[in-house]
Design a protein around this ligand. Structure first.
Ligand code: MG
Length: 353
């Protein structure tokens, strides 16, 4: 029975492909939508090493130099790269775009992805082949040839920059661009293909590091005291505030069409602050900014990894490597925001905020 069905399917496929040839209608590539203008879009710049797994190629570059690296890329031009740490996030952006296009066919308020790479044009062909192989919608390429990407990031009104190169990420943060370093995943968790989930730490990510400084220099008791005293004074903004704002702008487009509970974008605040003693300042700050996260988790110093494993975000942003490592161990794609006092001080083993 199965055999017959297979045979019928094969015949159908053959007939269809013959008809397609007659009609001169190639099956691929399918018609792709137009890229939005940078000033209307929420622009995500991603480096080639964040989007794809290029670890092997990176080793060739580091050990054998540029010429051998380019030769390898040229010889393997038709082999697509495997997905890298930012891949599921970029895929989810495309799914959100598709849902936005269905609701607002003429709007350019969409995500737009720019590939930022310091690769040579030879490697660029393999990148293009990989993008087509994985059916990604990435039309903008910036091949910076080793130069700083900052100028390009600004020209594209970049809302978020993701790279495997921590020095470039630091440079972007210093220029006031939301940015984070990505690491290759040890373990990969299956994430939603229809709902984009983004999780943020609070202090030194959405918020400035002003309270974190009190904690790091004067201890937990002084920190609680400080947060109680200044409960009604909003915190200053941190490097990722603008990205949460951009997500909020797109979320409201779904809400306006009746999709609040089933919104294809969901945001999370995952902080080591404790709810009773220091949580309200965080929530009041978001409220004062006119922003919100769909969920707020106050872990009171408990590890973030197990909670994130339940949320299954496409990306989690934190300023402390201790939390990044804890999240990554349990399969969450965690990106490091190199900002604030934690970058200058050795990590403590417990209760980091
Ligand atoms: Mg923090």
């Amino acid at each position: 029975m199965n055999k017959i069905n297979h045979q019928q399917t094969a015949n159908n496929v053959e007939t269809q492909s013959v008809e397609r040839m007659k009609a001169k209608d190639p099956p691929t590539p399918s018609k792709k939508p137009k890229s939005p203008k940078p000033q209307n879009a929420v622009t995500i710049a991603v480096s080639s090493r964040a989007l794809f797994n290029m670890e092997f190629e990176q080793q060739i570059f580091e050990q054998k130099g540029m010429e051998e690296y380019l030769k390898y890329q040229l010889d393997h031009e038709t082999e697509p790269f495997a997905p890298g740490p930012a891949f599921p996030f970029i895929k989810a952006l495309e799914s959100v775009n598709e849902q936005l296009r269905n609701l607002y066919p003429d709007s350019e308020e969409l995500f737009d992805v720019v590939l930022m790479t310091n690769n040579h044009a030879h490697a660029g062909i393999r990148l293009i082949n990989s993008i087509n192989h994985h059916n990604l919608f990435v039309e903008r390429f910036c091949m910076t040839g080793g130069n700083s990407p900052i100028g390009y990031l600004k020209a594209y009104h970049t809302n978020l920059y993701l790279s495997a190169d921590s020095s470039k990420v630091r440079e972007a943060i210093e220029e006031g661009i939301a940015a984070a370093t990505m690491f290759s995943a040890e373990k990969v968790t299956q994430v939603s293909e229809t709902q984009l989930r983004v999780a943020f730490d609070g202090d030194a990510v959405l918020f400035s590091d002003e309270s974190e400084r009190i904690y790091k220099t004067q201890g937990l008791e002084k920190f609680f005291e400080h947060e109680k005293t200044y409960e009604n004074k909003p915190l200053d903004h941190g490097p990722l505030k603008g990205f949460l704002e951009a997500l909020g702008k797109l979320q409201r487009k779904f809400y306006a069409k009746g999709h609040r509970i089933d919104c294809p974008i969901r945001t999370y605040l995952v902080t080591a602050r404790s709810a009773a003693s220091s949580g309200s300042r965080a929530l009041k700050t978001l409220r004062a900014w006119g922003l919100e996260t769909d969920e707020a988790l106050f872990l009171a110093g408990a590890p973030k990894g197990p909670m994130l494993a339940k949320i299954k975000p496409h990306i989690f942003f934190d300023d402390q490597m201790f939390h990044i490592e804890g999240a990554a161990e349990l399969g969450t794609v965690a990106a490091h925001v190199p900002y604030g006092i934690a970058q200058k001080m050795p990590p403590k083993k417990t209760k980091d905020i």
